[in-house]
Ligand binder design. Sequence first.
Ligand SMILES: Cc1ncc(C[n+]2csc(CCOP(=O)(O)OP(=O)(O)O)c2C)c(N)n1
Ligand SMILES: CC(=O)[C@@H](O)[C@H](O)COP(=O)(O)O
Ligand SMILES: [Mg+2]
Length: 642
Amino acid sequence: MSNRPDTPLLDRVESPADLKRLSDDELAQLAHELRAETISAVSETGGHLGAGLGVVELTVALHAVFDAPRDKIIWDVSHQSYPHKILTGRRDRIRTLRQKGGLSGFTKRSESPFDPFGAAHSSTSISAALGFAVARDLGGACDTGHGDAIAVIGDGAMSAGMAFEAMNNAGALNKRLIVILNDNEMSIAPPVGALSSYLSRLYAGEPFQEFKAAAKGAVSLLPEPFQEGARRAKDMLKGLAVGGTLFEELGFSYVGPIDGHDIEQLLPVLRTVRQRATGPILLHVLTKKGKGYPPAEAASDGGHATAKFDPATGKQKKAPGNAPSYTSVFGRALVEHAARDERIVAVTAAMSGGTGLNQFQERYPSRCFDVGIAEQHAVTFSAGMAAGGLRPFCALYSTFLQRGYDQVVHDVAIQRLPVRFAIDRAGLVGADGATHAGSFDIAFLANLPGFVVMAAADEAELVHMIATAAAHDEGPIAFRYPRGEGEGVDLPERGQTLEIGKGRIIEEGQRVAILSYGARLGEARRAAEALAARGITPTIADARFAKPLDRELILSLAARHEVLLTIEEGAVGGFGSHVAQLLAEEGVFDTGLKYRSMMLPDIFIDQASPADMYAVAGLGAEQIEARVLDLLEIAQIKGKRA
Ligand SMILES: Cc1ncc(C[n+]2csc(CCOP(=O)(O)OP(=O)(O)O)c2C)c(N)n1
Ligand SMILES: CC(=O)[C@@H](O)[C@H](O)COP(=O)(O)O
Ligand SMILES: [Mg+2]
């Protein structure tokens, strides 16, 4: 750490250990600089801005008081971890956030010893921190040693079942464990549900005001704020903590609420917590999403996520789209169906904007349910509504549906309930990286008896699939579509009900058949155009259904071509595997057909642009073309031998 007084404090911080040498006033100054650096970096990279700005003071205070990486600071979701990254030796790479080869937008164990636990899906932090606490107490070996386990969890994330499962367990185990509830009264949208109202009631009363005044006094009146503030804070904690909170009933000591932007309150309270905690303790901190950057504070989502922007004005630099997004097409089409059919209801798990259900919410508020970050509940709740005679559309991102899988099997599939799953963000999503990739839903749905599983090749197909799902009362049905813009095709006035289990031929050709499932169809067509220049004209088909398979189409393609190539935006075990199973059962391999599947490789692909991620996956037009050429060459050589 350079001690030159004219150097900005942030430039003098190489690791969190340097914070220990700063006075409390300097730490407050450091927070200012950290906020400015966060804004500047995100203006160049885009990404999650508001949540990080809301925890700048908390980040500084945690690193000043605790000893990371020995103490494990676990950020829930970790979209708020950019200031933490800047303070933990990653400032020189912070402008590579979320880009190919750059820093992840989330905490990642392989990226830094200061990230003890990776995240991106919400509400895992308390479980993980409890795991560290138990490992510490049972003498587990850890490269960075064992100290405190600290979970920092937002009010949105706190609403999920997992957080309560963890608190229930922590209360019973009674281990020393620190949970910091970062309450900004925001999720991505304003939070919903009874817990949110409960938290508001916790700080609506007198104790918070008294606590605030007393905590400030403790520091300002005393020459040695560190020691004396701690003593005063200790007294305050004893006197003012609200008794009988939900958290106390679960076995936690409850402290707060305190102002999370006031370093003078945060430091003494955290120091006291550090000195005195014995069992599980919950510190309730109030913050503002987007704090300190007016455009983010003013935004309806608190500046949750942003494209690159001009830091002076906050104006985002978004490339104008040529085609509507799949999400908006879904949102609009569902509203139209809902207008004609009042049995249609919609469910989102805290992602009304992300899934396009905000349109539905505005038009039919009593038929649209934002259940909070609660995918498991979203699925079973939908199942209940289906059993009760409604037509629920449960709109989830593919990656978040993973959390509700047992509910999909146990509550929906086994009971053959007609829940309609609208699965957004199917396939590789780009800057959010591997945690948000929609890789597995084809595999984990198409193996369930009775499920109808579809994928949209373009936005017009999506409209037809919504219509098909709306009309399908015989059992569960799912349709998937990717993040971002569609292909720019004309949209039908009204969706047509597709025949279940029937695909379509797009172009008839010879020798090679490319059978696409989902939105790689565009790439398959581009590959076909390139192949045409070499005199090869493949047949192109769109499977539409992974379940039930269009047996007739597949067997006919297999019979009429030397090569059959499937392609999908999903992991092994999906569409291609089901086709292979059919071909094997029908003895088609014995006829000499060359069958290959192109799918996501068996690796987790790091963040990059979607196109770059698909290039890593080998699922772009050029790679399809190369695969076809390869296969034909082999076929020709074998043919000559024969
Ligand atoms: C399981 C899961 N569902 C949904 C999301 C999408 N998501 C990311 S952040 C977020 C809101 C989190 O709110 P909160 O915990 O209060 O943090 P804040 O952004 O307010 O700081 C949501 C819904 C997710 N990451 N994980
Ligand atoms: C952190 C998180 O889970 C969400 O904010 C996610 O990044 C949203 O992704 P989309 O931008 O695809 O809606
Ligand atoms: Mg919040």
